[in-house]
Design a protein around this ligand. Structure first.
Ligand code: KIV
Ligand code: ZN
Length: 516
């Protein structure tokens, strides 16, 4: 059981793979989820919420694989207050070293009346029966009142007390719609601690959404008021404006120990690595001025700041960049470097790709070294992420030749490998990117809407690798694809094809959910 017995310890519950994945376009394949789960385990989070097993066969499989793989963290599966949800979660978690079932039901008047169409007394009864059922599978049961921050206090206290009596060891108070203000949310936790008679038998957790940009502030206010578990996601990924960002919670606690004297089990030097991976897998580029993990978070442009920094780093820097795993861009070996040196470099960067992926990544490193004089750590990270992102793609880009420039017509000659068979075509378009995307549609006919096309340079210089993000939409489902290459057009083709592969996985998920 994961429990915060030590009153100075804040349990970090990561829900990147569950609530984060619910973010439009952020869906991930099983392999991608597994890789993120392993990195979260190495990061030192206490609990990994791996998915919602009843939602689809894909979610079930992901939770099952993660449960069987993780060595340290408790693996958690989400379940509504339905027997079938709880049984499915119990089944998916069977082989976990440490397992938790997280069951929830709405308790606010609005949700009970319009979403659940249930009377409060029936909701109260469902709290008890769902927690009891979950206890058949594990001693570690978390219960959440969805829309908790907009629930009536008397009813909330009644439900929390009943959940703990029924066997919940953690009670999680969500600000589901990101409505609360820090002082108010802290007071809600104080109210529960004062009024629920058995509250000391459970860990109080909080789960805040960021609709008003207050998810982290609300979570920290709750910790100050006695909460000892925080639910959060890498890069603040999550529905709508996202969830509380793990890196901000953890660094807030580390940096302001004077006000919040609490420990977490997180190895903060792994934060950048986790952030980059989640960004690469989901295609959600981190905004440059994002706290902790944004490209500018530790950059000093103004002369007056630089002057102060040279005299004493703490004049303008409240955290050491090395504490979040930010190392100075260092030069990597050139094209003569061998496989052994490359493997050592990957290890230094904390990038453990298995033996199979190592061959592929090394070959791509050599190709890159032929094209690019200087290769930096960022290039290696982008390359590894790119290899991982597309390792199981059904459709792959084999060859691309583009004619562009002032004369036109802009033309793309493209070969794709689809389920092992090569297909080639030539298409023209309004510009080279349009020509490439048309060629892809000819080779693999599909109807989608292109919602986003975005390019950014991995490092400086005209020979930098371009990282391209493409967002596609089909019947209300959105996916993000990514591609990296020194050639922006090749990166564009890869990004589009990556998104297409994800869309197919999503279609399969829908079909399996319908037939489940
Ligand atoms: O935001 C929310 O209320 C949730 C619950 C399932 C905890 O994600
Ligand atoms: Zn949520």
């Amino acid at each position: 059981m994961t429990e915060s017995k030590d009153q100075n310890r804040v349990v970090i519950f990561d829900t990147t793979l569950r609530d984060g994945e619910q973010s439009p376009g952020a869906s991930m394949t099983l392999e991608e989820k597994l890789r993120i789960a392993e990195v979260l385990d190495e990061l030192g989070v206490d609990i990994v919420e791996a998915g919602f097993p009843v939602a689809s066969n894909g979610d079930f499989e992901a939770v099952r694989e993660i449960a069987a793989t993780l060595r340290n963290a408790t693996v958690c599966g989400l379940a509504r207050a339905h027997d079938s949800d709880i049984d499915r979660a119990g089944e998916a978690l069977q082989s976990a070293r440490r397992k938790r079932i997280h069951t929830f039901i709405s308790t606010s008047p609005l949700h009970m009346k319009y979403k659940l169409r249930m009377a409060p007394d029936d909701v109260h009864a469902a709290v008890i029966s769902s927690v009891r059922r979950a206890r058949n599978y594990t001693d570690d049961v978390e219960w959440s009142p969805e829309d908790g921050s907009r629930s009536e206090h008397d009813f909330l206290c009644r439900c929390v007390e009943a959940a703990i009596d029924a066997g919940a060891t953690t009670v999680n108070i969500p600000d589901t719609v990101g409505y609360a203000m820090p002082e108010e949310f802290g007071a809600l936790i104080t109210m529960l601690r004062n009024r629920v008679p058995n509250i000391d038998k459970a860990v109080i957790s909080v789960h805040c959404h960021n609709d008003l940009g207050l998810a982290v502030a609300n979570s920290l206010a709750a910790v100050a008021a006695g909460a000892r578990q925080v639910e959060c996601t890498i890069n603040g990924l999550g529905e709508r404006a996202g969830n509380a960002a793990l890196e901000e919670i953890v660094m807030g606690l580390k940096t302001r120990k004077d006000l919040l004297p609490y420990e977490t089990g997180v190895d903060t030097t792994q934060i950048m690595r986790a952030s980059r991976l989640v960004s690469a897998v989901t295609g959600f580029v981190v905004q440059p001025n994002k706290a902790i993990v944004g490209a500018n978070a530790f950059a000093h442009e103004a002369g007056i700041h630089q002057h102060g920094m040279l005299r004493h780093a703490q004049t303008y820097e409240i955290m050491d960049p090395a504490d979040v795993g930010l190392t100075k861009s260092t030069l990597v070996m050139g094209k003569h470097s061998g496989r052994h040196a490359f493997r050592v470099k990957l290890k230094d960067l904390g990038l453990d790709v298995g033996e199979d992926a190592l061959d592929d990544t090394f070959r791509r490193f050599k190709d890159l070294a032929d094209k690019k004089k200087e290769i930096f750590d960022e290039d290696i990270v982008a390359l590894v992420d790119d290899t991982v992102v597309r390792s199981n793609d059904r459709i792959q880009v084999v060859r691309l030749k583009v004619v562009c420039g002032t004369e036109g017509p802009q033309t793309a000659e493209l070969t794709l490998r689809v389920d092992g068979t090569d297909r080639t075509t030539t298409a023209t378009g309004d510009g080279p990117v349009d020509a490439i995307f048309r060629a892809i549609r000819e080779l693999f006919p599909h109807e989608v809407r292109l919602q986003l096309y975005q390019v950014h340079g991995v490092t400086g210089g005209t020979d930098a690798q371009a990282e391209v993000t493409v967002r596609l939409e089909e019947n209300g489902r959105t996916v993000n694809g990514q591609g990296a290459d020194t050639d922006t057009l090749v990166a564009s083709a890869r990004a589009y094809v990556n998104a297409l592969n994800k869309l197919m996985v999503k279609r399969e998920k829908v079909v399996s959910a319908l037939s489940a």
